[in-house]
Structure formats: C-alpha cells, structure tokens
Design a protein around this ligand. Structure first.
Ligand SMILES: Cc1cc2nc3c(=O)[nH]c(=O)nc-3n(C[C@H](O)[C@H](O)[C@H](O)COP(=O)(O)OP(=O)(O)OC[C@H]3O[C@@H](n4cnc5c(N)ncnc54)[C@H](O)[C@@H]3O)c2cc1C
Length: 397
C-alpha cells in the first residue's frame, strides 16, 4: 500500500519531515514556494537533543563536515566583557547526552537535509509551488494551484514557517505577533575577528535591554554574531532584510565592551529580522486537526532565546515519522497517528516556548534584576545553564 504525505514548505522543518516520513515508508511530495533553494539565513545552534536526531538519521558525519563543535557556552556581561558563568561542552555533552552541541550555518544544515532527502528516495521536491489552499476530501487532502494543478495525498503537513498559509486556513487564529525585539545578524570571517572574541565557544553577552550571541560556523571559518535589541517593528514585520544596518547595529552596541564593538566594526553585511512569536501551545489541537498537521515554526514560532526553533522542528519531524510508520488503516489509523504526534509534542514545545520568553527577560534585565541575575550566574552558573530536561529528551527517531 502506498501512503502519500503532502508537505507544504521546504525549510529545515519541511525537509526533516519529508526525510523522516520517507524513512518510515511513506511517499512524500514536498511543495516549496521559492524558485530555488538558496543560501538564506545565518547561524543556528543545535543542542544535543537536535544533533542526536541527525545522528540517528545517519547524518552525524555530514554534520561534522560543516558544523563547529564549541568547547563551552559562556555567559558574559555585554558592558564589561567579563565572564559571568560557563558550561563546558567538550566531551561532557556527548558523555551526558549522547550527542554533541553543534553550531552550523542554516544553509549548510538545509543542504545537508536536502541531499539526504534526495539520496534516500521516496520524496519528490517541487519548487516554485506556493501552497495557497487545501481541501479535506473523503479520501485525504487536496492541494490546488492557480494553473489548475491538483494533487491529492493521504495527509498534509504544514511546515510553511511563521507565516504559514496552512495554519491560517486550519486554525484561523491570526498572524504571529512582533515580540518587540529586532535581531541583527552577520557573519565575520574568522581571520577578521578580533582576538578577544576568537574563541571556540558559544558566548551570550548579556546587557541591559539587549544581548548578543557569538559562535563559530562553517567548520570554524566564520563567526556568527546575532544582536537582539528591543525596538519597534518596521511596518511589515515579515521584512527580514534591510539596507544601512551596520550603523544601526553599531549604535545599539555603543554602551557595550570594546570586544563586541570591535567585532561589529569588522562585520560588512548585516541582516535584520523582526522577531515574532505566538503564546505557548495550549493543547494538541493547535498542532493537528484530522489529517492535517503543523510542524516547526508553522506550529510554534518561538523567540530564539533558548536557541531551539530548528531543534524543535527536527524533534517534531522525528516524532512525525515515528507516529506515521506503523499506520496501515488510513481512515481511522491515520488521524489517530497524527493525534498521537500532537499529544507527544505539544507540552514539550510549550515548555520550550515559555522558557524562551523567560530567557529574553533574564537576558535583558536592568538595575537590581540584572545584579541578581549576575550573582545567581556566579553562584549557580553551571546548574542554570545545563538543561537536562531539554537536552536529554528521548527523542531519537
Ligand atoms: C534571530 C534568530 C536566531 C535563531 N537562532 C536559532 C538557533 O540558534 N537554534 C535554533 O534551533 N533555531 C534558531 N532560530 C529559529 C529557526 O531558524 C527556525 O525556528 C527554524 O528554521 C524553523 O524552520 P521551519 O522549517 O519551521 O520554518 P522556515 O525555515 O521558515 O521554513 C518555511 C519554508 O516554507 C516555505 N513556505 C512558506 N510559505 C509557503 C507556502 N505557502 N507554500 C510553500 N512553501 C512555503 C518558505 O519559503 C520556507 O522555505 C532562530 C531564529 C531567529 C529569527
């Protein structure tokens, strides 16, 4: 029996879902709106909860070719540059969680998944195919396009990102909302990085009303810098790139330590994102209705302050494959399997969404709260930074 899954969106979540479902024996047709798969994005951190999944899919070696494996996570003051606390990763992460902590360029991870999808077979990738509308029919789900094309599958996964068209139709709950933060992102060739910042570590530079995160990507050839500031969104929060950003980023860092300012000076091209999210999930029916499921940012767009958006999309995909694998009875078994997927995922994702929000407040604390935070980090740093509930989750699929 051929079981056919339609996937809307070919980002990290969509490709991972396609790979996972194909590994579970499904035939997948994936529709991506872009004309080509391009080098969009910047750096991503992948905790051991995410790299464990890539390893289980046989991608550990491919990841090692493109990723960096920082030796530690360091929390620093953005104003003095002083280290407040650190968490060693080198060796310890693999020993404790069975997989490494990695940092990678989004397009490297994307390309890795695309190659795995193509090598594994069972997935048809369609570019220039914007999904605008779906229809649930007695035997499954139909997608149709303006040119008259119609495709039908047994189920549909909306992995079409934060502005998901599938979600808009499925839940009709309005768009994601700006969080009040802007993210400036850039990549600096490691050779141009000031010596004070050129370290094999993930550093979170915590300052009043802003924070910056630095880490190596591209197998250590580049340093990724993301600077998060509080600020009004532009008119269209979907716009993610802009002109003349270097001056804005440098101005935002005016009160920061010289190491950060020098690093920003060394950067040439910046991108800017308006951060948008939704409140934490409140139940499984926010992820699945009948034969239609949501996955990744389409289901749970979150603030990046726990560095888990892509990680949660990979976990969703692994769980989806696990639930779809045994399905034989499409009429009753398939909705039940998708219901199981949502039941397995929603509480964990809600916890990550809530923790990401809280981290933002802690990272941007001012005055007495800031002093209290720094003291807690000095006393309890390692315990606060290690997150067994997150990194140790048994999510391998
Ligand atoms: C500043 C910042 C820093 C971040 N840092 C981290 C980090 O360190 N670690 C981490 O894990 N995550 C991080 N994230 C989050 C991470 O990038 C996302 O959560 C993750 O990439 C989501 O993947 P996705 O596939 O769900 O969505 P997307 O990557 O948005 O993919 C959606 C895809 O669907 C396509 N699409 C959209 N609409 C349609 C349609 N109608 N029809 C067909 N195709 C469509 C899009 O073109 C796109 O290819 C960060 C995010 C930001 C903004």
């Amino acid at each position: 029996m051929t079981r056919q899954l339609l996937v809307a969106g070919g980002g990290i979540g969509g490709l991972a879902a396609a790979l996972s479902a194909a590994r579970a024996g499904w035939e997948v047709r994936l529709y991506e709106q872009a004309q080509v798969f391009s080098e969009v994005g910047a750096g991503l951190q992948l905790g051991p909860n995410a790299t464990r999944i890539l390893q289980a899919w046989g991608l550990g070696h491919a990841l090692a070719q493109v990723a960096s494996f920082p030796k530690r996570i360091s929390a620093r003051s953005s104003t003095s540059g002083r280290e407040l606390a650190s968490l060693p990763l080198d060796g310890r992460c693999i020993q404790r969680y069975g997989a490494p902590y990695a940092t990678v360029h989004r397009s490297d991870l994307h390309e890795m998944l695309r190659r795995a999808v193509q090598a594994g077979g069972g997935v048809h990738l369609h570019l220039a195919s914007e999904v605008a509308h779906f229809e649930v029919v007695p035997e499954g789900v139909q997608l149709s396009w303006a040119d008259g094309r119609i495709v039908e599958g047994d189920a549909l996964v909306g992995a079409d990102g934060v502005w998901s068209a599938v979600r808009a139709q499925l839940l009709a709950d309005g768009p994601a909302q700006p969080t009040g933060h802007l993210a400036f992102r850039t990549l600096v060739p490691m050779a141009d990085v000031p010596a004070a910042v050129r370290r094999q570590e993930v550093a979170a530079w915590l300052g009043p009303r802003l924070h910056a995160v630095t880490y190596p990507v591209r197998a250590g050839d580049m340093l990724n810098l993301v600077l998060i500031v509080q600020g009004e969104p532009p008119e269209d929060p979907r716009a993610w790139d802009d002109e003349g950003l270097a001056a804005d980023a440098q101005q935002a860092l005016a009160g920061s330590c010289s190491a950060l300012q020098d690093l920003a000076q060394a950067a040439s091209a910046w991108g800017r994102w308006t951060l948008c999210d939704r409140p934490p999930l409140t139940g499984p029916d926010a992820m699945v209705r009948g034969r239609v499921a949501l996955l990744g940012d389409a289901a749970h767009p979150m603030r990046p302050f726990l560095a888990q958006g892509a990680g949660m999309a990979l976990e969703d995909a692994a769980e989806l494959g696990r639930c779809l694998g045994p399905v034989q009875d499409l009429e009753l078994g398939l909705p039940a399997a998708l219901g199981r997927y949502a039941m397995q995922r929603w509480q964990r994702v809600a916890r990550v969404q809530a923790r990401s929000r809280r981290n933002g407040e802690v990272f941007h604390a001012t005055g007495l709260q800031r002093l209290g935070r720094d003291l807690s980090l000095a006393v309890l740093g390692r315990r606060l930074m290690d997150l067994p509930w997150l990194y140790g989750h048994p999510n391998v699929g």
